[in-house]
Design a protein around this ligand. Sequence first.
Ligand code: ATP
Ligand code: MG
Length: 584
Amino acid sequence: MSSNFLRQIVERDLAEGTYASRRFAGTPGDAAHHAAGAPDPARIRTRFPPEPNGYLHIGHAKSITLNFGLAAEYGGVCHLRFDDTNPEKEEQEYVDSILDAVQWLGYDWHANGVDHLYYASNYFEFMYRAAEALIDAGLAYVDEQSAEEMRAHRGDFVTPGTNSPYRARTPAENLARFREMRAGRLPDGAAVLRAKLDMASPNINLRDPALYRIKHAEHHNTGNTWCIYPMYTYAHPIEDALEGITHSVCTLEFEDQRPWYDWLLDTLCTLGLLAQPRPHQYEFARLNVTYVITSKRKLKALVDEKIVDGWDDPRMPTIAGLRRRGYTPESIRLMCERAGTSKAGGWTDYASLDAALREDLEAKAPRAMAVIDPVRLKLVNWAEIFGSDTHREPCHAPAHPHRPELAAREFSLGPEVWIERDDFAEVPPKGFFRLFPGNKVRLKYGVVVECSGVEKDPSGAVTAVLARVVPDTKSGTPGADAVKVKGTITWLGVHDALPAELRLYDRLFTEPQPDAGGKDFKLSLNPNSKQVVRGYIERSLRDARPDDKFQFERHGYFVADRHDHDAAQPVINRIASLKDSWGK
Ligand code: ATP
Ligand code: MG
């Protein structure tokens, strides 16, 4: 595992004992709560803090592997925290899908006998108390300017802001007014609570940032208890501190918020409200992956406009979609680790996810044959060679070249088999070594056949390929290799192949950066991102269960669809081809 700047920071803090004196009461809480607790058994605490307003995507996987990974590497604990301070847009469906995604990726928020699963909305009471403390200390005020006035007074990059006329209110006036806000006496937008910092700060985030806004809205957890809600930038540092987080890792867009994060926590520590040593924020560049979009809002648009078949459509870069597509947790974790953690950013090629998948499944996935675009091959001398057309010649093959412990695959050859349509050419292009009139190929694990002709319908389309079995060439029998062939093709006996629906997925977008620079991502949708065909699969898959993965020889990695697959009616998704051939 390679080092990165976050590992170095954690190692430095551990070496210097930065957090050695910390106590943890077993549950989140204020300074007094933790002071009464025991020394923290976790050497560090990190957290993954999703807002439950959509399904998690590949970018979140990066954050999950990073935060849970750091905790695991350094004897720490990672909390799963729902950042549910916004009353709108949050739904139980999203909460459930997030719990499922984190677990499926292989992480556990249960540690030292405690379930570290938290909801930021459970901290509303403390956040309110902290706001009153800031008002008491003369560090916050209720501003009743209109939104336009506030914007005008904020200034901009080159112009310092100017003080609000409400800034000089006394703590007593502010407290009374803030309590009226809480009591629901003011309509939405009538007032905000702001920190009193510096309207001339070069960092616009420090120009009296808002702490609370009025929103008469029902919250999924707290119902109608509140009609004022904390701003994200006020809530998040407090959430970290209440939970005893040591390293609060976030993406770079929060870099300019760090001075505020520090000010707020230092202030609340000084006021005796929060435990010390307090958390620190560190930023890294978000994961960008080519050919996908990683904005919940845009992904939601794809779902709402039915451009895809739901959040777990196998083309979606959501964890649920990747899972249904057949990517393994191991492959996603490997890809995230290889993408690295830095401040520099950049784009990770989608092909690296496929590469990680191949690495994972190459060693694990059982092999099988499938015919995706079938045409019938008639072995015209079958009865002559084997005595009768009802004869079936048993064949077998290893389930995996390096896993001898798996039972061998059993199937049989008969007078008619399915082959891939493009394994036959009436007029062979240069370098074509498969079936064409007069040429010999081996039916893999079976016999050598020599193409003798073709049957067509009145329109000229090939309806069957004809071939003769070459005697004494059965794979695994003495002398079988005496007849040399340049091509080996996969096949399935018409009598024992299982019909299957094959869903051939490809990238959802044709552009490597579909939404970069504000581009309309809907303009680069790949019209061929989903093809559904009827083909055949080997009978060794007759007991395949949803989520089972296999390598179809010559075709790539496939998975039995977790929703629609049924042994009686197989539905198989293509995960990735055997080699990276995209765009070539
Ligand atoms: P979106 O912009 O799609 O809504 P978000 O960042 O608002 O995503 P959150 O639920 O707030 O979504 O994210 C939870 C955590 O995941 C945050 O700590 C966030 O920084 C991190 N995260 C989100 N997207 C990425 C990404 N592309 N790469 C790395 N981390 C990410
Ligand atoms: Mg967010």
